[in-house]
Write a protein that binds this ligand. Structure first.
Ligand SMILES: O=P(O)(O)OC[C@H]1O[C@](O)(COP(=O)(O)O)[C@@H](O)[C@@H]1O
Length: 389
């Protein structure tokens, strides 16, 4: 009898693995020998103690000495974050909850003794906060969903900033959503201040001080892309084991892409420089002599993830996205992958936040594309009437 064909649950990622058989349906475990399983990790050292005959490393395995060698505190924090992300992934995919989107306001009593269901971004916020509390490793969490940072524990070594569920305005149509997060060290020099003050100042650290950052894309696959300051790496949720496993080690954004991503219904509100830039690249008259294509999901994590994979530029030229929760973590990842994050003039990671919910124009992507865009000078949209959709 022929042995059964085994189809790995994360089949869709196999194209990123060198030496993987062209036809994955022909995949058999014996073809995934030790040589082929190590070759996917050619960009970083593997700890010899890790049994890499099991090709896909979990984050905890990757966090060991042969991988990125994280402190125990950071490993504990990540295992709690992973748990939160898995719960959010289940939530956004659930038939019961996926219709909640942003439509329900608040979680107040609706008179029947039951709480009105909360929008998914509020629930996601609560999930992350409760996991951070349980970790014992976080002094303060600042979230896009909260007016002020939440002080958690005095001796937590870390500060976490997060946008718990970005893109949730499209969730009723099952459009991909994402979580964005950044991790800083707690500033011990602020320990003697009042709680409110130290919570705020710890959360307003410049992106150049990030210890780690990442996003989770909830899409056809759930992908956690993260950096601890030594490259960007993506892990895909394997639903058969419940683990995030390494599928995209050492991501390198192409130095130039052929895709631009922007809401160009706003074209007539754009400054002249940005119009000229987009007109030029879509006609193939820019420094890269090919016509660019447009892709815009209107879900920041999804648009950024595609840009990281294929190159090009993803932008929101108006003062809309938040420096602390969105621009800093994603710029950190972009840089770790060899790309750039800019507000159209300045490197995002060099901007000192002055307000927790500070918004700014954001341009992320391939280094050559960002440089070319910035050479047009006038690319920040100052007309911002507030759009209905
Ligand atoms: O309306 P625009 O300018 O296209 O903005 C879309 C962007 O706004 C976001 O939806 C975030 O905005 P919200 O935080 O208001 O939901 C991103 O996911 C998306 O990239």
């Amino acid at each position: 009898m022929q042995s059964p064909t085994i189809i790995p649950s994360n089949l869709h990622n196999l194209k990123f693995i060198p030496n993987f058989p062209q036809n994955p349906l022909r995949y058999r475990p014996e073809s995934f020998n030790r040589r082929s399983s190590t070759s996917m990790f050619h960009n970083f050292k593997i700890n010899s103690k890790i049994d890499n005959s099991d090709a896909f490393l979990t984050i905890t395995q990757f966090a060991g000495k042969g991988g990125v060698d994280l402190s125990d505190d950071l490993v504990v924090l990540y295992s709690n974050l992973e748990y939160a992300f898995k719960r959010i992934a289940a939530l956004v995919a659930s038939p019961v909850n996926s219709s909640l989107g942003k439509s329900s306001a608040g979680g107040e009593d609706v008179g029947s003794g039951r709480d009105k269901p909360k929008p998914l971004d509020i629930v996601s916020n609560e999930i992350i906060l409760s996991c951070l509390r349980r970790s014992g490793k976080v002094a303060v969490m600042a979230s896009e969903e909260d007016d002020a940072p939440v002080w958690i524990t005095d001796d937590g070594p870390f500060v976490v900033v997060t946008d718990p569920l970005d893109g949730s305005r499209n969730i009723d149509a099952s459009v991909p959503t994402g979580t964005i997060f950044g991790v800083y060290n707690r500033l011990i020099e602020l320990d003697s201040l009042q709680v409110k003050e130290k919570a705020l100042l710890n959360s307003l650290q410049s992106g150049s001080r990030l210890v780690a950052a990442g996003y989770v894309l909830y899409s056809s696959a759930t992908i956690l892309c993260t950096s601890f300051g030594s490259g960007a790496h993506a892990f895909t949720l394997d639903h058969s084991t419940g683990d995030f496993v390494l599928t995209h080690p050492n991501i390198k954004i192409p130095t130039r892409g052929q895709i631009y991503s922007v809401n160009d219904a706003r074209y007539f509100d754009w400054p002249e420089g940005l119009r000229r830039y987009i007109d030029t690249i879509r006609q193939g008259k820019g420094k890269y002599p090919k016509k660019y294509s447009a892709r815009y999901i209107c879900s920041l994590v999804a648009d950024f993830h595609r840009t990281l994979m294929y190159g090009g530029v993803a932008m929101n030229p108006r003062d809309h996205l938040r420096l602390v929760y969105e621009a800093n973590p994603l710029s950190f990842l972009a840089e770790q992958a060899g790309g750039k994050g800019s507000d159209g003039k300045n490197r995002i990671l060099s901007i000192q936040p002055v307000k927790l919910h500070q918004r700014l124009p954001l341009f992320l992507g391939s280094p050559d594309d960002i440089d070319e865009l910035q050479s047009y000078g006038d690319v920040q949209q100052t007309i911002n009437p507030g759009y209905d959709v």
